[in-house]
Design a protein around this ligand. Structure first.
Ligand code: SF4
Ligand code: SF4
Length: 132
């Protein structure tokens, strides 16, 4: 199922922002600069990276995000590390499983979360501790 980037972003915002601890009770983003949220600042790259993968394992999605999104993100250091990621302060990384699920579902694919392998990476499964 083809979806425009605008549609996909709206679906992901609706799914993720309401779970994010930065969401205020008024439904706004409480970040000092909401446009700095890496998930939406780099959404075209995020959507392309996720749609380039076909797997029920989260590992290949993490690799695609690192390769195609983190590599162009201003927050990644030259050695490939990311302080925001280490501090669980990147919504994309913290909620990646849910972002993948939302995009796959919206485009008619299925992502079988039952095969999620925690050892695949440091991605938080629901990100309840995130502070951005
Ligand atoms: S930090 Fe990002 S994911 Fe969280 S509410 Fe703001 S825009 Fe949404
Ligand atoms: S994990 Fe770090 S480098 Fe990757 S998108 Fe998030 S803030 Fe950017």
């Amino acid at each position: 199922m083809d979806r425009s980037l605008v549609e996909l972003e709206a679906i992901v915002r609706n799914r993720i922002c309401k779970l994010c601890t930065e969401r205020t009770i008024d439904g706004d983003c409480n970040l000092e600069s909401p446009s700095s949220c890496a998930l939406f600042r780099l959404f075209p790259q995020v959507a392309r990276a996720i749609q380039s993968v076909q797997s029920d394992d989260i590992g290949p999605y993490i690799e695609a995000i690192r390769r195609n999104v983190c590599s162009v993100c201003q927050d990644q250091a030259g050695d490939g590390t990311c302080e925001n990621r280490q501090q669980v302060q990147c919504a994309l990384d913290a909620y990646l499983l849910l972002v993948v699920d939302a995009i796959e579902e919206a485009t008619g694919k299925t992502f079988d979360k039952k095969t999620y392998h925690p050892s695949a990476g440091p991605v938080a499964q629901s990100g309840p501790q995130i502070r951005l």
